[in-house]
Each structure stands twice: as C-alpha cells, then as structure tokens.
Write a new protein. Structure first.
Length: 453
C-alpha cells in the first residue's frame, strides 16, 4: 500500500467547508444591513468536523474510502468528515503527538498492539456504553473479542471495531518437497523436526525460517501459543515457564543447534525468509495469499513450483490472524458520530467492497460469505491467477479457525523482546533452554511488577 508523507484532504471533505464559509459570510452581510433573519426561518446549524486517520490506504483506495465517507455524510448532513491517510511507519509518533497537543482525530486506524497500549493509558474511548444493541453480532466473534483490552482501571472493555484482516498460510516449493519425500508440508509443529531434517539431508536447503530478532515478526511467539504455552496470567505475570513452555524453548533451541534452521534467524528478520524462499533456498514460507503475486513477478521459476497449503498450527488447529481496527480517541468531541462512522466503514457492504479491492479479508460475517461466493464464481484467465484464487479461498477458509494468538496486551512487545533475546542465548549455546526460559521469566516479572504493582 502506498506511503504518503504528505496526506491530502479528499475533495468532498474540502468542498463542504467552503460552502459553510460562504453561507456564514452571507448571513453576516444581511445582519449588517439590518435586514435580519426573522423572515428567513432558523439559520442552519454550524456543520461540525470529524477527523479520520487511516494507514497507507491513499491514493490507491481513494475512491473506495471517499465513497464510503460521502455515503455516511449524506446520512449525517450536520457533519463534515476530513480524511487523512498516514504512513504506517509514522502513525504512532503522529498520534501520540496529536494526543499530547489535544488535536487527536475522532476515528483512527490502529493495529491491536498500539490500540491496547493507548487504551491502557486512557487514550481511547471505551465503546461499550455507546454501542447499539447487538452490534457485535455482525462480526466474526473471535475478531470482535480481540478488540477487548484492559483500560487504565484494569477492567477489560471494548476499545476497537475490527476492520480488515490477513491470515498466514503456507506457500511451499513442491519441487523441494518431492526431493525430501513429501507431497505436502506438515500441518502441526510437532511434525516439523523430522521434516526439517529430511529437507536438509536430501536437498541441502532449509525447510523454514522463523526469525528470533526481537523487534521483528511475532511468528515464533505465536507458535509458542499454538504449542499450548500460556504467556501471561491474569495479573500480567509470566506463565510461560511451564512444561509446555520448556518444550517450546527446547523445540526451537534444538532445531537451531542441529543446523536445521538458517543461521540468520538470530540476526535477520522476516524479509530474509522472503529472500531465501524466492532464491529457492527455503522449502516453505508463511505468508498471505497475495504474496504469491510477488513471487510470480520476482521469481517466476519458484512461483511455478509454489502451491498454497494450510498453515502450521498446534493440536487445537488455531491459526493466527492479523487484524486492523478502528478506534475512537478519548479526546473526541463527537463520540457517537465517531463510533457511527467506524461501524459504517466496517459494515458488510463497505467491507465487501474494500476487501475485494484491497485483496484482504473482511471481519464482517456477511462480507466474508460474499467474498467466498465471489471467489468461487471467478474463472481465472491464467494459471497464475488460478493459483492466487486458490490461495485466497484457502485464506478465507483458514479464517474460520483463526484468532489473534498473542493477545494485544500492554507491554507485549517488551515480552517478545525478552523471550526472543533469551531464546537466542539458548540457540547460541550460552545457556540451556531451561535456564534461558527461567531468565526470561525473571526479566518479565521484574518489568511487570514495576509497571503493574
């Protein structure tokens, strides 16, 4: 999605402001001439302005977003919506500065982690008192539930409305699979060690790449949850130093020490996995369905051997889903209108339209059913398009058993950094995996005790 450092206001948001100034000026002229307004009926109330921020959607989706905003404005003629698109990399800095300056937008597009962090500090408006009865019934239950997090008083409340989603599926090089003696990659983490050994022994390549760089992908932390590790207890203290946690740390430590993971997993992030897969050095990669298009462009030979498969999971079969939300900052002067717009942008009609154009998945139940029906009706013109269609259908099917595996709780990025750093030490032989896990527990509890006494 596009990166724009200088967001522009959409035309339809600017025009009403100009019309309002003209009406006001005419009224002042009439009053100055002593003509009065008594014979003209009541003056129209001043139109209020509602600010909306999104992330990296302009200019590609200008027509879609502008069209939805215009439709909402027709239902709320007293409100002008001003849309600003913010580059992904700067939204946290810009929003925190706006909150500090008391110029925060009324609706903002956030990821769950940043939303939970803001909510815990009192920066977001709790939505429960304002939500229409049964509003949550329109959304996939697990996705709606993911919008609940602890406020400043520690009580879980609904702070966000789910918008669009992506799920990770497995894209595998069937040529390497065949050489290793497999027709499909494994479905469960417990099957990975034997698979990784076969790939390495018979092809000289690696089976998979899961980074342990602290500030990169959360895939490894998610894998621990799939391995039945409970990360934190109800008091935000470490719960991961458990039998399941020790098995998970030993799992990743053993894979690395046996040379079954690329050496770079401790020093390079997810981007390196993409590079290795496209160069034919990796048997599989976890990614969204649309990544297939990039492979088809950047590595046609690898793309020809690539097929989509269900993602790796644990015994429960739960896959991970990445969610983008809409939230209402607490500073808003238009809380009901702000929530109304958030619900409108995420209703079935608008989600179906956006999901089709952006090639993402909707959080609306009805929109998801419509997307699946549309995909099944498609008649792809090329083998490449047929493969993308297959991957998108698999993604939609995966969504039925997907959830946010790592809860968006305050401090979760610190938790990831602590766990990954200690796991690196175990992988590199500096500590045993059990000792590394115990040290991660000690460091997290020291942090949590200071933050939540």
């Amino acid at each position: 999605m596009a990166d724009r450092s200088q967001p522009e206001l959409p035309l339809q948001a600017v025009a009403p402001q100009r019309r309002r100034r003209s009406i006001l000026a005419a009224g002042l002229v009439l009053a100055g001439l002593g003509l009065g307004l008594a014979g003209c009926g009541r003056p129209k109330p001043e139109r209020r302005q509602l600010q909306v921020w999104t992330l990296d959607l302009a200019p590609k989706f200008n027509d879609t977003i502008n069209g939805a905003i215009a439709a909402w404005e027709r239902q709320h003629p007293e409100v002008d919506v001003v849309w600003t698109d913010v580059p992904w990399g700067s939204v946290e800095r810009k929003l925190l500065a706006a909150v500090f300056a008391r110029t925060a937008p009324d609706v903002v597009n956030l990821n769950p982690l940043f939303a939970a962090n803001l909510a815990s500090k009192g920066g977001l408006l709790p939505l429960d008192p304002l939500l229409p009865p049964g509003a949550e019934a329109s959304y996939l239950p697990r996705l709606w539930q993911a919008g609940r997090s602890a406020g400043p008083d520690g009580r879980p409340q609904q702070f966000t409305v789910p918008w669009y989603l992506t799920v990770r599926i497995t894209l595998a090089n069937t040529g390497l699979l065949r050489q290793a003696g497999y027709t499909a990659p494994p479905r469960r983490w417990e099957e990975v060690p034997a698979y990784a050994e076969a790939v390495k022994r018979k092809t000289g390549r690696y089976a998979l790449f899961v980074t342990v760089v602290p500030d990169d992908s959360a895939e490894l932390l998610e894998s621990m949850v799939q391995m039945e590790v409970t990360l934190l207890d109800g008091r935000q203290r470490a719960a991961f130093n458990s039998p399941a946690g020790r098995r998970a740390f030993a799992f990743w430590t053993d894979l690395y020490r046996r040379g079954l993971l690329p050496r770079e997993v401790v020093s390079q992030g997810y981007r390196r996995a993409i590079e290795l897969y496209q160069s034919g050095e990796l048997a599989q990669v976890g990614s969204g369905a649309e990544f297939l298009r990039s492979i088809q462009t950047n590595a046609p030979r690898i793309a020809a051997a690539t097929r989509p498969f269900p993602p790796l999971t644990g015994a429960s079969g739960d896959a991970n889903v990445a969610v983008m939300n809409l939230a209402v900052p607490k500073q808003t002067r238009l809380p009901r209108e702000a929530l109304s717009l958030a619900l409108f942008l995420t209703d079935a009609t608008n989600q179906a339209r956006f999901a089709e154009q952006a090639r993402v998945l909707p959080s609306s139940k009805q929109a998801l059913r419509q997307l699946e029906a549309n995909l099944r009706r498609e008649r792809p013109a090329t083998p490449n398009e047929a493969l993308v269609q297959q991957a998108r259908l698999l993604s939609a099917d995966t969504l039925e058993r997907a959830r946010v595996l790592v809860p968006a709780s305050p401090g979760v990025k610190r938790l990831q950094a602590i766990v990954y750093t200690q796991l690196q030490r175990a992988m590199l032989g500096q500590l045993s995996s059990d000792a590394a896990l115990a040290e991660a527990e000690r460091q997290w509890n020291a942090y949590a005790t200071a933050r939540w006494p």
